[in-house]
Design a protein around this ligand. Structure first.
Ligand SMILES: *Cc1c(COP(=O)(O)O)cnc(C)c1O
Length: 505
């Protein structure tokens, strides 16, 4: 599958020749003067489309698909992302023509089936959260956070507590937490984690005040450690008048085991595209469910999808005067919600609990095995069992052999494995964040760790090889600093740069 790194993989534009055709579109059966497009917006030259025959188009895209890495190809232990297998039955359901050709504007009477499914999913997720209400409008975890914090903000404003504009979050939190806080016009108060990776309670006590809007906590945290003091934390924040936000993006380790609502939390988001078996990566589409309790329910985005028991009728409820408004076109990424529904329905409660247990088992097995390799050490408390993931630090390896965690990650790509999440969370050094999920069996994890071990041996003998990895991929080591500063996404600009002989890594 992998070839020697090279930069000359042709773009589809480079493959064609003028006049070659794969498809002749049907003749236009309406006259142009019937459509009122402003004169200045009508193009005067035809678009430059690639011209090649069907066979070549097929080869091009199949070749590209072979260069793609996905969970259906091999192990994908990308920490904090829960790259689990997405059962194909989910796809079958989501692609059912009965659902696919529905339109969000069609009369509600004709959409009772899909609304019932969404309603049932809302209830199932609310039950897992231990909270009463759910919206499925937000299309990503970050968007769910934005929504949840907006509910908290609306609650305080409604109570005349406008000075409450501080969100407390530990320094191990996901990068989206501070971003969602700032996007909501609130201030982030970052608190330190202890040596063992858990929240420092003294730091929390010092951080709360009459300006506290709430605490935003990821649990299990990004080191894969469960916050044992969570009940006490809730008390401290509640006593200070703040609310509690649970980042449940990665719920894989605890689904069906504990419920954030029972821990005193007021609002949470789940990433359906992590825990609930829907595909993600490559930028989407995703879906987050935001669940909340009675305190925050009045502010939920419009419309909510509600059920009238007397009439046995599902409907969009816009009659919500305190709502924070609409956060997404129509009703969210329904096809993703459908996949999550299929996943939950297929597994049932026992199945979900079993998933959580298996996820914890594989994570601990993988992390303990990796920890024993010369050059790795575990981040956070050594003796604390991990939940869905664990973080290793390659600091000793860098010190002893001048080969970084990033280099080792690049090397295993050459071996046809996906790299872990590296250099996150920021509280760990040379971080390697590993989350195998429940889908990997012992043989696969052994194989993964053995491959890492072999590559580390190679790196010790030949650091230069490590610094230039990966070698057996379509694209070699990317100059990431350059790429961020000089992002080229236009084919024309790229071609122009290459023709001028400019540096394009
Ligand atoms: C993935 C993740 C998010 C963000 O989810 P997106 O869908 O990528 O926006 C937030 N918090 C945690 C803990 C996550 O792992």
């Amino acid at each position: 599958m992998y070839r020697q790194a090279k930069y000359d993989e042709p773009l589809i534009f480079e493959l064609g020749k003028k006049g070659r055709k794969a498809h002749i579109p049907p003749r236009c059966d309406f006259s142009r003067d019937k459509i009122k497009i402003p004169e200045n917006m009508i193009r005067t030259t035809p678009p430059e489309l690639p011209e090649l025959h069907e066979g070549e188009v097929m080869r091009h895209y199949v070749r590209l698909s072979h260069m793609n890495y996905c969970i259906d190809v091999n192990t994908y232990p990308l920490g904090s992302c829960t790259m689990k297998y997405n059962p194909k039955i989910n796809e079958t359901l989501a692609r059912s023509e009965k659902l696919m050709y529905m339109h969000p504007n069609q009369p509600v009477e004709t959409a009772q089936g899909i609304l019932e499914i969404i309603y049932e999913l809302q209830v199932a997720l609310a039950n897992l959260a231990g909270l009463k209400y759910t919206t499925l409008q937000t299309p990503a975890g970050a968007s769910g956070e934005y929504c949840g914090l907006a509910l908290i903000k609306a609650y305080h404003e409604d109570n005349g507590d406008t000075q409450r504009d501080e969100i407390i979050a530990p320094d191990s939190s996901h990068g989206t937490n501070p971003a969602s806080t700032v996007m909501n016009g609130m201030k982030l108060i970052e608190i330190k984690s202890r040596e063992d990776g858990r929240v420092d309670m003294d730091a929390l006590k010092a951080a709360v005040s009459d300006k506290t809007a709430g605490l935003m906590l990821t649990n299990p945290n990004t080191l894969g450690i469960f916050e044992d003091d969570i009940i006490e934390m809730s008390k401290i924040v509640k006593e200070a008048g703040g609310l509690l936000y649970y980042d449940g993006a990665n719920f894989n380790a605890i689904v069906g085991k504990v419920r954030p609502g029972d821990m005193g939390y007021d609002v949470l988001h789940f990433n359906l595209h992590k825990t609930f078996g829907t595909p993600h990566g490559g930028g989407g589409p995703g879906s987050a469910a935001v669940c909340c309790n009675d305190l925050l329910e009045p502010y939920l985005p419009v419309p909510t999808i509600d059920y009238d028991k007397d009439k046995d009728y599902y409907f969009f409820n816009y009659d919500r005067p305190k709502s924070i408004g609409k956060l997404h076109g129509y009703h969210g990424n329904i096809a993703v919600a459908l996949r999550a529904y299929a996943y939950i329905a297929a597994l049932g409660f026992k199945g979900l609990v079993n998933t959580a247990e298996q996820a914890v088992l594989t994570a601990n097995y993988a992390v303990r095995k990796l920890e024993k390799l010369d050059g790795f050490r575990i981040a956070g408390g050594k003796d604390i069992p991990r939940k869905h993931e664990g973080v290793l630090e390659a600091t000793p390896f860098l010190r002893n052999y001048d080969v970084s965690g990033m280099d080792i990650a690049k090397m295993i790509i050459s071996r046809g494995l996906h790299a872990p999440t590296v250099y996150f969370p920021l509280i760990a050094h040379e971080a390697w964040m590993v989350e195998p999920t429940e889908n990997e069996n012992k043989d696969r994890i052994d194989q993964y760790v053995d491959t890492v071990a072999e590559e580390m041996e190679k790196a010790k003998a030949d650091p230069d090889y490590a610094h230039h990895a990966p070698t057996w991929t379509s694209v070699g080591r990317i100059d990431s600093g350059w790429s961020i500063r000089n992002l080229v996404v236009s084919y024309k600009i790229l071609k122009d740069k290459r023709e001028k002989g400019e540096y394009v890594p």
